[in-house]
Design a protein around this ligand. Sequence first.
Ligand code: CMP
Length: 226
Amino acid sequence: MDIVDLVKAVPIFSDLDDEEIKKVAEIGINQKFSKNGIVFLEDEEGAALFIIISGKVKIVRTDDDGGEVILSILGKGDFFGEMAILDGLPRSATVVSIDNSELFMIHRRDFLHLIERSPHVAVSLLRELTRRLRRSDGQIKSLSLKDAVGRVASVILQLADDTGKIKKGKVIIPDFPLQQDLANMAGTSRETISRTIHQFIREGLLEQQGNSLIIPNFDKFKNSYS
Ligand code: CMP
């Protein structure tokens, strides 16, 4: 796929006409990151916005003792790095490439120009930021009000929403994250993740196939745990 097609496939740019898409393709540059490569660190100065062409990244915050909380996992077509660009403050989180990934980087000034010129891009950006705020509100509820089983279920529902593929009421989550990453999303231990997922599998609420996790009856799972 050439870069113009890639830009066209990015949701925040999808309403732009061909001429504008071409301009966006010209102002950005491609960057490759290997598995576990750091894209940038929390508190660095933010000079660019990134769009994921392929692969996945995790957005993390860490504490001084090496503890890590994963705020989100983003994949193809998603963007990140907009916060420091919009408010001029340091990066709010660290971004780490989970697989080998390819990113498209647009410099701060070029992206701000683009938003000023194109209300479509500005509205799409606001829509996605609103979606992330709703999701964060859900995470606050889950972390503060639910027990460990409920928190694990919430993380599975989030992943289903972000990366799952739905087919006849069944949701398949490909490349299901590692247990340690799940623990860092749910604010619990690896052991709890393992125990809870096995409990869900025994109850028939989940199935595991290689690296994929399957929710055979998504509505039932959602109604029980959201
Ligand atoms: P920035 O602060 O520039 O750098 C870290 C980026 O992580 C941030 O911009 C957002 O793009 C992204 N980010 C921060 N918090 C969240 C979140 N809760 N969900 C998804 N992405 C986030």
